[in-house]
Design a binder for this molecule. Structure first.
Ligand SMILES: Cc1cc2nc3c(=O)[nH]c(=O)nc-3n(C[C@H](O)[C@H](O)[C@H](O)COP(=O)(O)OP(=O)(O)OC[C@H]3O[C@@H](n4cnc5c(N)ncnc54)[C@H](O)[C@@H]3O)c2cc1C
Length: 346
């Protein structure tokens, strides 16, 4: 068996939540080890312009904000290591944390801050133009395309909400959905219908995006769409009923959901919802980031499927570090009491 390195606190993820937790945990002398995962710096590294993070009136690039936070965390004693956590064993204490390369750590407490990954379509142009007119976050990037025509992809609540939100900036919003009927709640369908009636949104049903055109220097110029009245047109591109057209738009927003990165918690007592998001105790007062596993805390987008913003993820990371500190303090006191009791027995 591999010798495991012991740490007082392990944090999974170097996104805003993990790094905010690391800054606080370092300052509390909890000696945090932060494991980076496959996306060092997290989702914010995908954007060149963060205009709404408090304290940066001129905006800041995602990678620069993350690098500053890393510097701040290491200054207070956090260690940041490459690695992807594949398993956490919570049957005994300390926790056993295993990484993909076989490295094993033990830890007295764990903060899970492994975020959520936005789903993408995998169509040509998408990867190349991500951050250059293609985005997975309308709240974050909508204002950059003021006055342009915008395309939103999706049929759930998020797509409806994003399409409605984008009407603040867009000259027109096209909402495309691969089927006839929407998955979204009626509330959102009704809100969107009001905007359709006002001419602000146009819905294209049974339509899929098959290619995004443009360049990193000039952004998105136009998109290729496929339409078939029976739905799912990209599966029927060779059918004569499938019609392919080109549309000029200045931005494309993908709102087809996120996948929380929680697979490595399978087998633990951590409760997740049906989509895999961690359920924390929430509520008021201390312990809001606690999970059903004592000593294991959750923070950021891996918990929060609703707000999903850098500032909210950071705030939750701070809460998790403070909750972990309370837990570790209590653990120290219990261990000291046990040692004192054993010594008085001798
Ligand atoms: C394109 C885009 C633009 C955005 N722009 C803005 C903006 O302008 N303003 C704003 O407020 N928000 C913005 N957001 C949202 C913001 O980025 C997120 O809300 C925030 O990054 C969430 O932080 P997080 O730390 O919870 O998770 P993430 O940023 O998702 O970080 C997760 C971390 O966990 C790691 N990880 C995953 N799995 C494992 C594992 N198994 N083991 C170890 N580590 C693991 C990853 O490698 C990563 O380091 C944007 C998002 C996107 C996608």
């Amino acid at each position: 068996m591999t010798d495991a390195t012991h740490r007082r606190l392990i944090i999974t993820g170097t996104g805003i939540a993990g790094l905010s937790a690391a800054i606080y945990a370092g300052r509390s002398n909890n000696d945090p080890l932060v494991i980076e995962g496959t996306e060092p710096g997290g989702q914010l590294t995908l954007t060149t312009d963060v205009a709404n993070y408090p304290g940066f009136p001129e905006g800041i690039s995602g990678p620069e904000l993350v690098n500053r936070m890393k510097e701040q965390a290491t200054r207070f004693g956090a260690d940041i290591e490459h690695g992807v956590v594949t398993e956490i064993d919570d049957t005994d204490r300390p926790f056993r944390v295993e990484c993909k390369d076989g490295t094993v750590y033990t830890a007295d407490a764990v903060i899970v801050a492994s975020g959520a990954s936005a789903r993408t379509l995998g169509v040509p142009g998408e990867d190349e133009l991500m951050g250059y007119g293609v985005s997975t976050c309308a709240t974050c990037d909508g204002a950059f395309f003021r006055g342009e025509e915008m395309l939103v992809v999706g049929g759930g609540d998020a797509a409806m909400e994003e399409a409605s939100f984008l009407t603040k900036f867009a000259s027109k919003v096209y909402l495309i959905h691969r089927r006839e009927s929407f998955r979204a709640e009626q509330y959102w369908v009704d809100r969107v219908q009001e905007k359709v009636d006002d001419g602000e949104i146009e819905i294209l049903r049974n339509t899929e995006l098959t290619e995004i055109h443009g360049s990193q220097s000039d952004g998105v110029s136009h998109v290729t769409l496929a339409h078939n009245e029976s739905g799912y047109p990209s599966e029927q591109l060779d059918e004569p009923e499938t019609e392919t057209t080109e549309h000029d738009v200045g931005a494309v927003f993908l709102a087809i959901g996120h996948t929380p990165n929680t697979e490595y918690l399978d087998g633990t007592g951590v409760k997740t919802d049906e989509d895999g998001y961690i359920i924390t105790h929430g509520g008021r007062g201390s312990g809001q980031t606690s999970t059903d596993v004592e000593g294991l805390f959750g923070a950021g987008d891996v918990v929060d499927f609703h707000y999903q913003q850098a500032a909210t993820a950071g705030g939750m990371g701070v809460k998790a570090a403070l909750d972990a500190d309370d837990y570790l303090d209590q653990l120290d006191r219990t261990q000291q009491a046990e040692v004192a009791a054993a010594e008085s027995d001798d």
